[in-house]
Design a protein around this ligand. Structure first.
Ligand SMILES: [Zn+2]
Length: 90
């Protein structure tokens, strides 16, 4: 479970056949993110971040297009990954 903008969001991994999108989907009203099972770990992290940006976009009514959501998510993902900010450090 994540908290996004103070709201509880449940993250589940589901079979591809259950998703309308091939990688993941987000429903901010129900507080749900669904990600396809079996993704390579970095692809799963990128997909989760993409869906988080969708939740923020929808809650704040930012009006971002799918392309803008993708751009923000990929930009932030690259910074988190390349600086190892997104994972626990030992
Ligand atoms: Zn999307």
């Amino acid at each position: 479970m994540l908290r996004i903008l103070g709201h509880r969001v449940t993250v589940t991994r589901v079979r591809r056949a259950l998703l309308s999108d091939p990688m993941g989907e987000a429903d901010h009203q129900r507080g749900e993110i669904r990600i396809v099972r079996g993704l390579e770990p970095s692809v799963e992290r990128a997909t989760l971040l993409h869906e988080i940006v969708h939740i923020v976009n929808d809650h704040l009514d930012l009006g971002l297009s799918e392309e803008q959501v993708t751009g923000v998510a990929q930009g932030v993902f690259q910074v988190l990954e390349d600086n190892q900010l997104g994972r626990n450090r030992r």
